[in-house]
Structure formats: C-alpha cells, structure tokens
Design a protein around this ligand. Structure first.
Ligand SMILES: Cc1cc2nc3c(=O)[nH]c(=O)nc-3n(C[C@H](O)[C@H](O)[C@H](O)COP(=O)(O)OP(=O)(O)OC[C@H]3O[C@@H](n4cnc5c(N)ncnc54)[C@H](O)[C@@H]3O)c2cc1C
Length: 463
C-alpha cells in the first residue's frame, strides 16, 4: 500500500495543502514524536499522521485516506491500546481542544481532543460535574465510546448514556450529527461500540450538580486482604447509588518518589466516592471505622474538582498493561484467586493492582436496547493493571492474567468491559462487551456506513 503511494507524486504535500494542521510522514523530523501514544507499549508506524485542527481537517483526512486506500486510526491521548496505527493514516485530535459549558442546560460541548480534566475544571466553575473516570488525563471521546465508568457511575450512569449528541465524520467524509433523533442508529452504535463507525469531532454531554463528595481510600495491610474483601462484599450489598466504590490489592513499586510507607509495599485498599449528603457518606464509612482501624484513612469531604486524588492514577506516559472481566459475584473462591494473583502466587505479583469496581445502580437501570454497550446487569468489574516495559513482560502478563481469569471462571459472567481491555484481547472479545445480538447489528451498520472498514483500528466489528 505504502509502495503504491510513493509512486504517486507526493500525495502527502497534496494532503498538507488541504488541511490546516500539520502532516508528518516517516521522513519528517516530528514523526517519531507524533506517533507516540501515552501508553508507551504502543509502538506504531503510520504511513502518515495528520494533526487535525478542526472537523474540516478530519473530513479532509478521511476523504484522502479513502481515495488512497489507507486505513484510518485516531488518537486523542493514546491511553487506549486497541491496534497499533501501522501503515495507515493516523489522525491526532489533541489540537481540537475547545470546551463550552452551557450552565442553563447543564451540558458541555467538547471537541475530540479534550481530556477529562479540562471539562471537570470548566464545569466545576458552574457547580457542575461531568462523568469522568479515575484519571483526568484520559480523553473524553475514547473513554465515552467504550462506555465510561467513573466515580459518579452508580448515581448518574455511564458517560456513554449521558451523551446528547455526537458530531462525527463518517467513512464517506461527511460530517454528521448522531443523537436520539438524528442518525439514531449511529447514536446507538457509538455508545459502547468504540470508534468503529467514524471519527468523532465533538460531543455534547450532560453535566450534573455535584460540587463536593465524601471520598478517599482506606489502606489495610496486605495480610488482611481476605477479611477486607469479605467486609467489602457485605458493605456493597444494598449500598445506595450515591456510593460508587472499589476494593483492590495494590503493590507499590519501589520508586524513590513514593513516600516511605508505600514504597515497595502491598495493601488491601477500599476506595470510593459518595455523591450525596456528606453526613450520610460519613455514616456509611462507620462500617469500616468501627471494624478495624486502617493503616491510612483519607476519606473526607473533597471538592469534586479534586476527584483525581481518589485513584491517584499515573499522569506520565508509561508502558501499561490492562485486562479484566465482569464478575457475577465476589464468592469466597473468587476472593481467594484475586488476592492470590494480585499479591503473587509464586513470588511477587507482576500486577500493580487487581481492582474490583462496583457498577450497577444507574448503569443498570438504562434500557439495554438504547445502546450497544452490554453487560449492564453485571455489577462487579475486575480491572488488572501492570507495567510491561518489554515484550517478554507483556507475554508473561498475558499468561499470568489468563491463569487468574481461568481460576475465576466460575464467577465470571463471560462479559468484558472494553475500556479495561487492550490489544489482542480487545480485538478478540468485542462480542462479549456488547448487548446480546449487538455485534451482528453493529457489523451490519458498519458494512452499510464503512464497507471498506477504513476505521479498522478501533473495535473490530467487521465480519
Ligand atoms: C490511567 C488510566 C485510567 C483509566 N480510568 C478509566 C476509568 O476510570 N473508567 C473507564 O471506563 N476507563 C478508564 N480507562 C480506560 C480508558 O477509558 C480507555 O483506555 C480509553 O480508550 C481511553 O481513551 P483516550 O481517548 O484517552 O485514548 P486514545 O488511545 O486516544 O483512544 C482510544 C481509542 O478510542 C477511539 N477514539 C479516540 N478518539 C476518537 C475519536 N475522536 N473518534 C473515534 N474514535 C476515537 C479510538 O479507537 C482509539 O484507539 C483508564 C485508562 C487509563 C490508562
């Protein structure tokens, strides 16, 4: 494909003349930096990179790619890792970063390259909150297209369920709106179906009146992990929707920048966010405080603008590894497996953490027919995260997490949450992330709107 292109007289300069943003080819000085993803494990060599500055740039790039028989990948931040953008046209959206808040309608309209932190701070100025996840450096669009499960999830639902409209460029190069009333089939498929139907250039999302929450972490010694998980299981039974929480085993690396008591240590941690009356949040914490004193208890009232401190996710780029699955239950056996693999079966665990997040609530109450996003009735999602600096480390993690999921099999629903998968696993498991019949319906929609499968670097829904 690339050979074919080089025989044409400088198609890249033709492309550069048509777009406002920069165009990089492998010969250009900025190419190596432009092809980096936040997840440094992603090594990709696009045929050409377009740093789009507008929806028009995106439309031009899509049309160019189609005319030149190039697949199209898109990257907002590079936190996701589905398929490396090799030999294709990669659209970078980071320069498309406008955020407009409508305080009356309580909505935000955000451009394709916006990270959650920018929406959070703009919305908080009006006493409003978006449905971001654990990290404000994650991109709004990639996160939302996969569902979007954050600390307000049980109260207000998924980010995908709170999109009012997408603006996107479809494979024919046309800019369209997808909403409940316009191109509603695309709207259905974009909410959970990833970027397989087009390049989103902007979206309008609902905001919610949240200014402060009762949130934080309780750290217990790793040797108490079993009791902590059992106590957590009891805590979330009948938990109010205002509480979105998780339980995890965490292995802090021996990094010098970490405080002494964390460096190289392992913990069982309970974390959560109560988005309701603060006194009611405090009362819920008695379940823990009256039980066993944690090593560290930093649950307190915080402005929601500081929501990032709940998970304290890494900000700097790193070679991340992710896997996960929906759990039917936290059975005694499931707890044993998560703790054993989370803390290490035979020597130290290669995982940074094994976390079980509590979903359900408002996520479950949405009519499953309204979006392709699946597994709404599952309430517990396992997220396995590690650092994979080398291909060997990655392969070891694939095998290790595979063993854990095998051990957990009786407690797995068979479903996956696409945002917590990556690479080959996310390519293979898409059917299990969608509503029953969703894959076939989405692939029919895909063959009507993108018959050449230009957007094949997103969730694989073709065929
Ligand atoms: C530190 C960290 C914390 C996280 N926390 C959470 C969490 O709390 N909850 C949760 O649900 N997920 C979470 N995730 C997962 C995250 O939502 C996904 O990795 C998501 O895909 C990242 O989106 P992005 O736009 O930042 O990344 P990108 O890598 O830029 O995008 C990921 C994919 O989204 C699609 N995409 C991006 N932009 C567009 C566009 N404009 N048009 C069409 N398709 C597009 C593409 O297929 C792209 O490959 C977390 C990930 C990390 C690394």
């Amino acid at each position: 494909m690339f050979t074919e292109l080089t025989q044409i007289e400088s198609p890249w300069s033709e492309l550069q003349a048509q777009v406002d943003g920069q165009v990089f080819t492998p010969e250009d000085a900025g190419y190596d930096e432009a092809r980096l993803a936040w997840n440094r494990k992603v090594v990709q060599y696009p045929a050409v990179i377009v740093v789009a500055e507008s929806a028009q740039d995106v439309a031009t790039a899509v049309t160019f790619a189609r005319q030149h028989n190039l697949g199209i990948a898109v990257q907002g931040t590079g936190h996701g890792n589905i398929r490396p953008a090799d030999d294709c046209l990669l659209i970078l959206t980071q320069e498309m970063n406008s955020v407009t808040i409508d305080p009356i309608a309580q909505t935000a309209t955000v451009a394709a390259g916006v990270k959650w932190g920018a929406v959070l701070s703009a919305a908080q100025e009006h006493g409003l909150a978006p449905l971001l996840g654990s990290s404000p450096t994650v991109g709004v669009v990639g996160y939302t297209l996969g569902g979007g499960l954050g600390w307000l999830g049980r109260k207000y639902g998924l980010s995908a369920d709170n999109v009012l409209a997408f603006e996107l460029v479809t494979a024919d190069g046309q800019l369209r709106v997808a909403s409940a009333t316009e191109n509603s089939n695309l709207f259905w498929g974009l909410r959970g179906g990833g970027g397989s139907l087009g390049i989103v250039t902007a979206l309008t999302i609902q905001l919610f009146p949240v200014t402060q929450v009762y949130a934080g972490n309780l750290y217990y010694p790793a040797k108490m992990a079993r009791e902590v998980f059992h106590h957590y299981r009891a805590w979330i039974t009948n938990a109010p929707d205002e509480l979105t929480s998780s339980v995890l085993v965490m292995n802090y690396p021996p990094f010098p920048e970490l405080p002494d008591f964390l460096r190289g240590q392992s913990f069982a941690i309970v974390r959560g966010c109560f988005a309701g009356d603060i006194a009611a949040g405090e009362a819920l914490l008695r379940h823990w405080r009256d039980w066993q004193p944690p090593v560290l208890d930093d649950f307190k009232t915080i402005p929601f603008s500081q929501a990032a401190i709940i998970s304290n996710d890494p900000v700097d780029p790193m070679p991340g590894f992710n896997s996960g699955a929906w759990l039917r239950e936290l059975s005694d056996a499931a707890i044993e497996s998560i703790i054993a693999y989370g803390l290490g079966t035979d020597g130290p665990s290669p995982l940074i953490f094994a976390e079980v997040r509590h979903a359900g609530g408002a996520i479950r109450r949405v009519d499953p027919a309204t979006a392709v996003y699946g597994n709404r009735d599952a309430e517990l999602v396992l997220s396995l995260v590690a650092v994979a600096p080398t291909p060997e480390a990655h392969h070891h993690l694939v095998a290790y997490t595979g063993q854990l999921k095998e051990a957990l099999r009786p407690s797995l629903t068979g479903g996956v949450y696409m945002n917590f998968l990556e690479g080959v696993e996310s390519q293979q498991r898409i059917r299990d992330g969608l509503v029953p019949g969703g894959y076939n319906q989405l692939s029919r929609l895909k063959s009507q709107t993108d018959p050449e499968n230009l957007f094949r670097y997103s969730f694989n829904v073709s065929g």
